[in-house]
Design a protein around this ligand. Sequence first.
Ligand code: AMP
Length: 475
Amino acid sequence: MSDIATPGATDTAPPATITFADFGLDPKIQKAVLEQGYTIPTPIQAQSIPHVLAGSDLMGAAQTGTGKTAAFVLPIIQKILRHASNSASPARHPIRALVLTPTRELAVQVAENAASYSKHTDLRAAVVYGGVDMKEQVSILRNGVEILIATPGRLLDHIGSKVANLSQVEILVLDEADRMLDMGFLPDLQRIIDLIPAQRQTLLFSATFSPEIKKLAQSYLRTPVTVEVARQNAAADTVKQVVHMVSSADKQRAIVKVLEARTRAGLSRQCIIFTNSRLGCAKLSRALERDGIKAGAIHGDKSQGERTLTLDAFKSGAIEALVATDVAARGLDIPDMPCVINHELPYNAEDFIHRIGRTGRAGSKGDAIALVDASEKRLLDDIEKLMKRKLDVQPLPEGAPSQSRPSSSSYGSSSGSRSSYSAPAKMSDPFFYKPYEPSVASVSTVDAAKPEEKKAGITPAKPAVGALLGGFKKK
Ligand code: AMP
């Protein structure tokens, strides 16, 4: 799953059971992490954070989706926290950490994370990128900001008009450096880096270690620690995947039939059902309850307390069907499952792999059932392309709402009786994914800007139209 190579350092990999508390982060940062629902660091976090805190340059082989953002943002906040000031004077808020990303969407995403993780501190985070009016960005930069996330071209524009000054930058992050090179940013990168003090810490993240990246690393990093974390892009072999073609209107009844078939086969009814929207999640959960299935919903509108209660009920068996959106599922430690049902296919194929990765973990067997209607055919194609395999389309089990025939092999992969499911010990899930597109959550983060920030012109326009925004803070 992950390994570490440390050419420039003598450290060994940290113990597998490391927790966020072990990093010695300031309580304000730990509080924010807890509020995100993170309990265990992902491998890239466990391996990178101590090195960043120790001041090493770092070269991380990790893609978006591995928890990489927190791997650099959390220790950055810790390191620059000593500069935090509640003074209104812009002079007290120079740029201390600069994160360069190849795309606007990634910049927004990183900025949202930076704003969340720093929300209990007096540090400011903001994002600037091209393709939108500069005015709002200018006002944000003039007010002062300690953590700046930027795409290179637009940052150079601001430097050119003397709105951004990099002379006090202590930490530089090149995020998705391989993509930056692909997109021809090298000359811009060079110009920016020339403006940053040589006495800095540099962190470089890249999905590949191509010769170009190695060259870049050599010229910009000093005896870097190298941390490597792989992201799976295939489901475990132990997961048996089945697709049922079902019209949207029949999907809820199809779930009931699927669970009845599992009961008849002596399998556990315990399952996670993924939906795409919060509203759909809540509605489905209620509808299943009416059908006699013990169901509970977790989604982004639920408080952390409610989510924990529902999850505990699920783990104890009081709830059989946990209906979840990706947002909720990601931030929670959901244990290994005998069965995952996709009520709808996710819009992003990689999310599908994340969802079905909830079953068949650590060598145990599991069933992943997708209910697909005709309008989702394109999403199914994308998923099959990503997984490089065709999924088995089977009729629904007997008694199902469509005219399908019973299939004895439908859920035959699960070995043995699972009528008494018990949750395994907590484990970290190394597999996270978040698409580049700004999420709905990003809109609300932005909308949650303080009134005075809005007044100060920090309120972003809608990411959908690619507007600038300050991914600003705070609660
Ligand atoms: P990233 O690779 O930074 O884009 O992160 C991918 C997703 O993982 C994001 O939705 C993060 O909020 C989430 N995430 C990051 N760290 C953790 C963690 N330690 N536990 C649970 N979720 C996390």
